[in-house]
Design a protein around this ligand. Structure first.
Ligand code: NDP
Ligand code: ZN
Length: 374
């Protein structure tokens, strides 16, 4: 089936319409008509090839909400018309140690977990295309239920931003009495503030943005500190049990390390590129751990959706049309000052397909592409 998506064929071009062939749902698979898709900073990293592994064309998007349109043979968990979500994975081996432990994102199977975009489909070996498309086909085990209390636009960012910050809190055993630091308050960070608060922690947000300060406090942060203010940073020294660091670029970790308390854990989820050189002395003298964490398993993703429903946690979103997605990516590249998360109303993509067929001379002509095994 031909579907329309929005993506790019190289690291420097703006995203534009691409038509490609998407196989129908096979046994155990669910076909979802996408209604909403969040714009994550990882979409930008992948489209710009920041990680050096992008397979072209790249069609990003892994904060997906939609409606089940078809189910393949043997699907029992979902039926046509269900409102569902898809995060950063659409399949995994489902039998290795991490998969059995509900940590499918760390799948050790022959080809690792199949990421929603820039992943390798099992068994075809074809590249995966993400949520900036009309429809997506996903293994039923990787489909999430959207609680009735959460509307579709608000659910989307929980599927990547929400789970990525929740998983390390759960793994740490976060509880009331702990102090959580959130460094970088964008898409991930603003979910971290709200989720850590719901788990009973004291929350200190480290944000450079004066414009976002009042909103971050309203979201439940006990304090907002400007990380560029050395005196303010000094005042927080030795106070943090768990830091969720979402800064998406190489940065100086030393000022953040000095915030950590004895036995604290500084969890990096943002920067996957490099760290500036730093002295490990403070780590050694206070038994501080620096770690990393990748999204979260499907069971935990359902858990964080339910937790958000229960506590009335919702991302602060700005709705956009598909034509605005390049501007949204530009604003992430410029440091995300002034907003938390963009969510694409995917009806705009269907509308653009209609305007293409009605007025081909005005609309941007989609590039046709036939996916093949790499
Ligand atoms: P955003 O751009 O929405 O948020 C990042 C925040 O970091 C910004 O809002 C800003 O916060 C701060 N920041 C941005 N640029 C700089 C800079 N140059 N120096 C210091 N601070 C900066 O991104 P997301 O929240 O969507 O994603 C954050 C990172 O997490 C990305 O690198 C993304 O790829 C990664 N990610 C990782 C996942 C994982 O599984 N580990 C999953 C999903 C995303 P402020 O204005 O408050 O200072
Ligand atoms: Zn993401």
């Amino acid at each position: 089936m031909d579907v329309l998506g929005y993506g790019t064929f190289d690291a420097t071009s703006r995203l534009g319409p691409i038509v490609f062939n998407q196989p129908e749902a096979r046994e155990g698979e669910v076909e979802i008509e996408i209604t909403h898709c969040g714009v994550c900073h990882s979409d930008l990293h992948q489209a710009r090839n920041d990680w050096g592994n992008t397979v072209w064309p790249c069609i990003p998007g892994h904060e997906i909400v939609g409606i089940v349109r078809k189910t393949g043979p043997g699907v029992t968990a979902y039926k046509e018309g269900d409102r569902v979500g898809v995060g950063c994975m659409i399949n995994s081996c489902q039998s290795c140690g991490p998969c059995e432990a509900h940590d499918e994102q760390y799948c050790e199977g022959p080809v690792s977990a199949t990421l929603t975009y820039n992943g390798t489909k099992i068994p075809s070996g074809v590249n995966t295309y993400g949520g900036y498309t009309e429809t997506i086909v996903v293994r039923e085990e990787f489909v999430l239920r959207i609680p009735d209390a959460i509307d579709s636009a608000a659910a989307a960012p929980i599927l990547c931003a929400g789970i990525t910050v929740y998983a390390p809190m759960k793994e740490f055993g976060l509880k009331p009495g702990h102090t959580v630091a959130v460094a970088g308050v964008g898409g991930l960070g603003h979910m971290a503030v709200q989720i850590a608060k719901a788990l009973g922690a004291t929350v200190v947000a480290f944000s450079r943005s004066e414009k976002k300060r009042a909103e971050i406090l309203e979201m439940g942060a006990d304090k907002v500190v400007d990380p560029t203010d050395e005196d303010a940073m000094e005042a927080e020294a030795g106070s943090v049990d768990l830091m969720i660091n979402t800064i998406p670029v190489p940065f100086d970790i030393a000022p953040y390390l000095s915030l950590m308390r004895h036995d604290g854990r500084l969890q990096i989820v943002g920067n996957m590129i490099e760290l500036e050189a730093f002295s490990p002395g403070p780590m050694v003298f206070n038994r501080i751990t620096i770690g990393g964490s990748l999204i979260g398993g499907i069971k935990d993703t359902q858990e964080v959706l339910d937790l958000c429903a229960e506590h009335g946690i919702a991302p602060a979103i700005q709705m956009i049309g598909i034509d605005d997605v390049n501007d949204a990516l530009d604003s992430l590249e410029q440091g995300g000052i002034g907003h938390f998360r963009h969510v694409i109303d995917m009806r705009s993509l269907r509308d653009s397909r209609e305007s293409m067929s009605q007025n081909a001379s005005r609309a941007e002509e989609p590039v046709r592409f036939q996916p093949e095994a790499g």
